[in-house]
Design a protein around this ligand. Structure first.
Ligand SMILES: NC(=O)c1ccc[n+]([C@@H]2O[C@H](COP(=O)([O-])OP(=O)(O)OC[C@H]3O[C@@H](n4cnc5c(N)ncnc54)[C@H](OP(=O)(O)O)[C@@H]3O)[C@@H](O)[C@H]2O)c1
Length: 313
């Protein structure tokens, strides 16, 4: 089978993660890694016996690359994705799709116009749990309320990434992966209300502790609420999620999904059918794009999700 030639931008945790996956795929041909960080970039390129390029725009203009994998911080995803699509490359971009709605919209339009694949790294496309939840939600009537709470303890190994407004955006934007699945279930919002409180916010945009809440009204009806609190006095991260529908409620109490109706409580049955990895899915979409226009539905959900997360600015 013909190999697909790829370039990776960024040389941190997610670049490593994707490289580990691509390196097991016989059809992947890694042409180069670009990163502003020369030390980690050259090290990663050495480990994968590939070329290192300091500037990402030099990588995307190469004619021997079919697709670009963007693993930089949130503040550059949109710009790099747009530039890569303009250079006629298929794109796999870490979430969030962009930190500017018009960049996200332009990326989607360009991918559609040029018949290019634009895949954002949201894993729901290959998740049996997500598919089972989507099916159960469809069986339980109309949405009344969905609520999501995430409590994150003190700062991690790279605190500047989450606790940094200019680089990552608000916590709602950093935690876009909590918004995406709910938008995939219920679609876009007609209105977004937000509240954000930061403790220890400094001039450079870093802070020590936050509480960020969002409330949306979905176009199809129902209310969505997300709450994030970070840097709080809790030992380990905690998450709680609920879907209250007219015919029943789905919740993730005790770590397992259950639905409750007037006839009782039922565990959510999750099939264990094998799923491709996101990287394999992207490759199959690139191959298919030779014959017909790519399906950009997931990218459109990613765009709706940033419309909500960025409304919280
Ligand atoms: N899909 C998932 O499960 C998942 C999980 C975690 C994170 N993410 C997302 O993935 C992205 C990367 O996260 P990470 O944990 O890999 O971060 P990371 O370890 O800090 O790595 C980011 C890399 O990109 C480089 N970089 C940043 N901005 C750049 C730019 N404008 N031009 C060129 N290189 C640039 C960084 O260089 P420096 O070393 O100089 O900063 C670093 O090499 C983030 O957007 C994050 O939200 C996704």
């Amino acid at each position: 089978m013909t190999k697909i030639k790829i370039g990776i931008i960024g040389s941190g945790g997610m670049a490593r993660h994707h490289l580990t996956r691509f390196s097991t795929m016989e059809t992947a041909d890694l042409i180069a890694i670009a990163s502003r960080n020369e030390q980690t970039g050259t090290q990663l390129a050495k480990e994968h016996k590939t070329a290192f390029i300091p500037e990402w725009n030099r990588l995307i203009e190469r004619e021997d690359i079919d697709g670009v994998v963007i693993c930089t911080h949130n503040d550059s995803h949109g710009e790099i994705a747009l530039a890569a699509l303009q250079a006629d490359k298929h794109v796999f971009v870490e979430y969030p799709l962009a930190s500017d709605i018009s960049e996200g919209e332009s990326a989607l339009r360009l991918a559609e116009k040029q018949g290019l694949v634009l895949r954002v790294s949201h894993p729901e496309a290959v998740s049996n749990t997500h598919k089972a939840l989507k099916q159960r939600i469809a069986e339980l009537g109309d949405l009344l309320l969905t609520s999501f709470v995430r409590l994150t303890p003190g700062r991690g190994a790279r605190p500047e990434i989450l606790f940094n407004l200019p680089v990552s955006g608000t916590p709602a934007h950093f935690f876009i992966y909590h918004i995406y699945p709910i938008v995939d279930f219920f679609g876009g919002a007609t209105s977004v209300k937000k509240n954000a409180v930061y403790e220890g916010l400094r001039e450079n945009g870093q802070y020590d502790r936050f509480v960020n809440t969002l409330t949306v009204e979905f176009k199809r009806g129902g209310i969505g609420q997300w709450t994030w609190a970070g840097g709080v006095a809790i030992n380990a991260a905690e998450e709680h999620e609920r879907y209250v529908l007219t015919e029943g409620t789905i919740s993730d109490a005790s770590g397992d999904w259950h639905s409750t109706t007037l006839s009782g409580v039922t565990p959510l049955s999750i099939p264990d059918s094998p799923q491709p990895t996101l990287q394999e899915l992207w490759f199959s979409e690139i191959r298919d794009a030779a014959d017909h226009p790519p399906n950009l539905e997931d990218a459109a959900v990613a765009l709706e999700a940033i419309r909500i997360s960025l409304a919280s600015d």
